[in-house]
Design a protein. Structure first.
Ligand code: PXP
Length: 254
């Protein structure tokens, strides 16, 4: 049973914050490449890395090395810019997740406004598909975005779980509402042929909760795993998060 559940939901480990630590001291360690290798050995299904416009953590060389050393494992997060599209066309990661990006933000604050960026996204999606890259958009679970996602024929949509996680932390009455919104949004994506993913702000508890949603097939988790690894090591933290995913999946069946 556990093996079939394992295959039913995948984990992408985001290694941006290994690079954040490296860059804080302008050293060449800790190495995001070494972290990616250990993450894959510890059960991660893919490696997520966000090449930001300001290169504040992951840089171009990191992306090239991850792609070269771990073929078929890189999920490249990037803004919808010509510069990033050119890099993606050259690197050809197995997957590209397009995210909104603001220079002044600490982390990705919200989902993409697909509706209002349709004209910019359409040719990008087409070019990425042409390069054989899996296309994903990072979006809030907001129904007004759905028609644009269907029309763009993206492969996957990653649902921003930041709001759910904040409400979980506060234990307020909006948590239930947020969760139901994510569940129903995932079902809609699934019935329209788009694979649902989720990520942002997830910890052990929220990972378990989100994993109960049958239609969600991939989680991308970074900050919590890297933070946990200070105390427990990267391998153990990944094993623990995978356990939380499997536990969530098994709850679903009761
Ligand atoms: N998914 C996307 C699209 C993101 O932008 C991020 C943050 O870089 C994550 C997942 C991971 O979020 P966190 O680091 O909070 O786990």
């Amino acid at each position: 049973m556990k093996n079939s559940l394992k295959k039913d939901i995948r984990l992408g480990v985001n290694i941006d914050h290994v690079a954040t630590l490296r860059n804080a001291r302008k050293e060449n360690f800790p190495s995001p490449i070494k972290a990616a290798e250990l993450a894959l050995q510890s059960g991660a299904d893919s490696i997520t890395a966000h090449l930001r416009e300001d290169r504040r953590h992951i840089n171009d060389n990191d992306i090239e090395e991850i792609s070269f050393n771990f073929p078929g494992k890189l999920n490249l997060e990037m803004a919808a810019t010509e510069e990033m599209l050119t890099i993606a066309q050259k690197i050809k990661p197995f997957s590209c997740c397009i995210v909104p990006e603001k220079r002044e933000e600490v982390t990705t604050e919200g989902g993409l406004d697909v509706l209002n960026n349709y004209k910019k996204l359409e040719p990008m999606i087409e070019k990425l598909k042409h390069a054989g890259v899996r296309t994903t958009l990072f979006i809030d679970p907001d129904d007004s975005q759905l028609d644009s996602c269907y029309n763009l024929q993206i492969d996957c949509a990653e649902i921003h779980t930041g709001s759910l996680c904040r409400h979980y932390e506060k234990m307020d009455n909006k948590f239930d509402f947020e969760f139901k919104k994510i569940r129903s949004f995932s079902e809609k994506l699934f019935s329209n042929g788009i694979e649902a993913h989720a990520g942002h702000g997830l910890n052990y508890e929220t990972t378990k909760i989100v994993s109960t949603v049958n239609e969600i097939k991939e989680l991308n988790i970074g900050f919590f795993i890297i933070a946990e690894s200070i105390f427990h090591g990267l391998e153990k933290s990944i094993i623990n998060i995978k356990e939380a995913m499997i536990e969530g999946r098994s709850l679903r069946e009761k």
